[in-house]
Each structure stands twice: as C-alpha cells, then as structure tokens.
Design a protein around this ligand. Structure first.
Ligand code: 2HG
Ligand code: ZN
Length: 467
C-alpha cells in the first residue's frame, strides 16, 4: 500500500482519474495471459505523455519503488505480471499516430497503439505492416517491441525488430532517449534501439516508435497439406522454399486439428487424416506461381511426403484455412496447457525433432501433446495438456522437470528456450540453456547502466540479485 503522500504525488503527475486503485483494476492491469501468478500491484497509473512517464520514473527512482510497464498484456511468459506490489505503468493512452511520412514509408506512433490499428492504418495508406499474430486485436505496439514479437510471417518479413526505425524511451534513470530517429543508415556507434527491442521492460519504458512500413503484398493463396511424418514436413519446406518465396510455413498435428475443429466448429480441410498438416501461404503475382505450386505439390505427393492437400479458391476460404492454425492457442486454454516456445535453426530441425519427440513420448506417456508452430522459421510450440485427474501442482512439477531436459537438448542443438514469447518470469530459470554465463552477467551489467536502481520490471528476464 502506498502512503497518501506518494499517491498524491502520482495524482499530481497523471491526474485523479488516471490513478487506479480498485481491486478489479489491479486484476485487469496486473496480469498477462499466464495463469501462474496472482496480481498484486500497489497502484496502476495511466500517463498521457512522455513527460508524465518520465516524472513517474523519477519519482519511483527517488522512492525506490518498482515499476511494471504494461501494454496489451497478451504475453505468455509473465513479463507484464505485477505480483510484488509494483506500480503498473500502462501505456494505453499513448496511442496516437504522431507522424506519417509517405516518402520514408514510416509512421511514428505511441507505444499504446493496438497492433491491428497500425496494420489498418498501413492498409489505408496502400502500405503494409507485416508483423501478424492471433492477438493483434489487443496487443500494443510498445509491448510487441519490448518482446520483439514474431508471429506467422517471420519466414518472409522477420520479427518486430526488423520494422523498428526509431524509438523514444524513458530509461530507469529517468532519461528520455530518442534512438535512431527513423534513419535507414546510421553508423554512429552502439545502436541502443536494438537493446531496447526485446528487453522486456527491464531497461526503460518504450513510449513512441517509428515503424517502417512496406509495399502491400499481391493477392496471396493458402495451401494446407496433410503430411506423412515429421521429417517429411521439412522435405516439403525445402521443396517449396527452393522455388517459391513463401510468406508463411506453419504446421500443426492431427490432435491440434481435432481440438480446433471440436471446439471452434471449423470445417476440416479435407477427409484424409494425416499425422501433421502444413499451412503454406504465398503471393500469386501471376498464374505461373500457382502452376509451380501445383507441380511442387505433385512432386511431394509422389515422394510420399504429402497425403492430401487443398488450395484456397477465395479470400474467405484462405482465412478459414488460417483459422485452423491461428485458433489453436485459444482453443487449448481450457486444458491448462504447459507451453513451450522453442527454436533451433531450420537445418538442425530434423535431428532435434527426432530427439525431442522421443523425449516427450518417454517422459509424458499419459499426457496429450499438441505440436504446432512456425516450423518454417524453426519455432515449435509444444503444448502439454493437463490430464483431468492430475492436480495443477503435480502437473507443473512434472512439466518443469521435463523442461530442464528439453533445455539440455536445446543447449546441445544451440537452440532457444524462448523463440518469440520472451523470458519474463516463466522462462528465466531456463535462460542459461540458451545464453552463456558471461552473456547473462553482461546482460545484468547492461541493465544496471540503464536502470541503476533496479526499479524496472525487477525479477523479469533474471532473478533479482541478493546483495
Ligand atoms: C501462436 O503461434 C502463438 O499461436 C501462441 O505464439 C502459442 O500458445 C502458444 O503456445
Ligand atoms: Zn507463435
């Protein structure tokens, strides 16, 4: 509980209505999509300008109060969870378009802008913001940058990082930094912009971003293929990517499809059942691309990799096929899934898949395992579903033990324990499988430069050091 005098100082900065203290506000602003922790902030503030953000940070620094920066809270790693009496600083009100520059094809927006609004703004200008994922309707651009969000188009367009041309941040020291100013070329030493991208609110609060837009894609089509086994998914990937620039190559298992169909009422893509399904998307600049895709499909079928397939004939059919993949995560919530968000280089995927599959089959003989993800960029989402008769605590204990074994396997394959969801609270004990001790100690040193008092998102990314 903050003292009346601190509350008064916060009101002086943000105004009476922008300081929230009700239990339901704590519940709303204190959690992300994870279900492991209880919300327990001491206050929620909604600043309306960068100046106000700066004043809040300076006050928190002076009084040694912890801050949790908060965007759309769609994260899956606990990065935006306020469980230890922190002040939540929600960037919702910094949601304006500041400036659009058609020649540079950049737009400067407040961190609180909803991702989908940015996508729609780009479309209105005849342009395209290519970062896309299921939660674009509620996630915010600042949170996307803080977690370097990935999604379904990474194989073609890269992660959020690739689209950030400039940032305005308030550091934990209370400095306002304008980073890279939208420049395409700027070789003037360390590019702090890239340090803030993916820093999960541990170095500063992202307040504004200049986003690079690109040309809108031509018409795209979606293909869903039934695939015979794990190795064949990668054979199909190689066959297609050697000839066509895909915008997406996703996969999911029969179990994932069964759950989505049962729970969302979607239609199955075709009658043939397959262990796995690949979803491919590509632009059709002309008929030739479609003919090429059909001949690749036939080649894959002849090889025995592909059992059946369908190509979208309309935009609505394309979006119906996409739903089979995009609705998986939402569908699985009711099974209290234990989530893995792991990656290896695509070239190491065949060996890794074999070993990880063997490991989970051995260690989870009685659990339902749902395989899906962005396999075209090396990212697997392995969701383990809780059996009804097992308590949540026992389930998590068992999964944690297996996560350490998956971590060891990832270390062997030089992979990542968090491909796109971030480390937050959930993955910090596994960070050492992907980053060396020297790297982690340098990360801590970097944090202490930008956040000397350790007030920003303490405990996220790594545990607070005892002194
Ligand atoms: C997706 O690709 C999301 O659908 C969520 O990154 C993955 O819930 C998950 O495990
Ligand atoms: Zn994903």
């Amino acid at each position: 509980m903050l003292s009346p005098s601190i509350l008064k100082q916060l009101v002086t900065i943000v105004g009476e209505d922008r300081l929230l203290l009700a239990a339901e506000d704590f519940q709303h602003y204190g959690l992300d999509r994870t279900t492991v922790w209880q919300a327990n902030p001491c206050a929620v503030v909604l600043p309306g300008s960068i100046k106000e953000v700066q004043q809040i940070v300076l006050l928190a620094k002076e009084l040694n109060l912890a801050i949790v920066p908060s965007g759309g809270r769609t994260g899956l790693s606990g990065g935006a969870v306020a469980k230890d009496g922190e002040i939540v600083v929600a960037l919702d009100r910094l949601n304006n378009i500041q400036e659009f520059n058609p020649l540079d094809r950049t737009v400067t927006v407040g961190a609180g802008m909803i991702t989908e609004n940015l996508q729609n703004f780009a479309v209105d200008q005849g342009l395209f913001y290519p970062v896309d994922f299921a939660s674009t309707g509620s996630s915010q651009i600042g949170g996307n940058i803080a977690t370097n969000a990935g999604g379904i188009n990474v194989i073609r367009y890269g992660m959020t990082r690739q689209w950030v041309a400039g940032l305005t941040v308030v550091t934990g020291a209370g400095d306002v930094l304008e980073l890279n100013q939208g420049l395409m070329k700027n070789n003037t030493g360390y590019d702090f912009r890239h340090l803030f991208i993916g820093s999960e609110g541990t170095l500063g609060l992202i307040c504004e971003a200049t986003i690079q837009l690109t040309r809108a894609p031509e018409e795209t089509v979606v293909m869903v293929l039934g695939i015979d086994d794990f190795p064949a998914i990668l054979d199909v990937l190689q066959a297609f990517t050697s000839k066509i620039d895909l915008t997406a190559f996703e996969f999911f298992s029969q179990l994932a499809l069964d759950k989505v169909v049962a729970h969302q009422g979607h239609a199955i893509p075709f009658d043939t059942k397959a262990p796995f399904y690949a979803l491919l998307e590509f632009e059709i600049k002309d008929r030739e691309v479609l003919e090429l895709a059909m001949s690749l499909f036939e080649h894959c079928a002849e090889q025995g990799w592909v059992l059946d397939g369908v190509v979208s004939q309309s935009l609505s059919q394309a979006s119906a096929l996409w739903k089979l993949r995009e609705d998986i995560s939402e569908t699985l919530w009711e099974f209290q899934p234990y989530k893995n968000d792991i990656s290896v280089r695509v070239s190491r995927m065949p060996g890794f898949l074999g070993e990880v599959n063997e490991l989970v089959e051995q260690r989870y003989p009685d659990f339902e395992i749902v395989w899906y993800g962005h396999i075209g960029d090396g990212n697997l989402h392995l969701n383990i579903l809780k059996p009804e008769d097992l308590s949540s605590d026992d389930f998590v204990t068992q999964c944690t033990a297996v996560s350490n074994e998956i971590g060891q396997l990832l270390a062997k394959y030089e992979g990542s324990v968090s491909a796109e969801h971030g480390v937050g609270l959930l993955k910090r004990d596994y960070l050492h499988y992907s980053r060396s001790a020297s790297e982690i100690s340098l990360m801590r040193a970097v944090k202490s430069v930008f956040d000397p008092n350790g007030i920003l998102n303490p405990g996220k990314l790594f545990a607070v050091e005892e002194h």
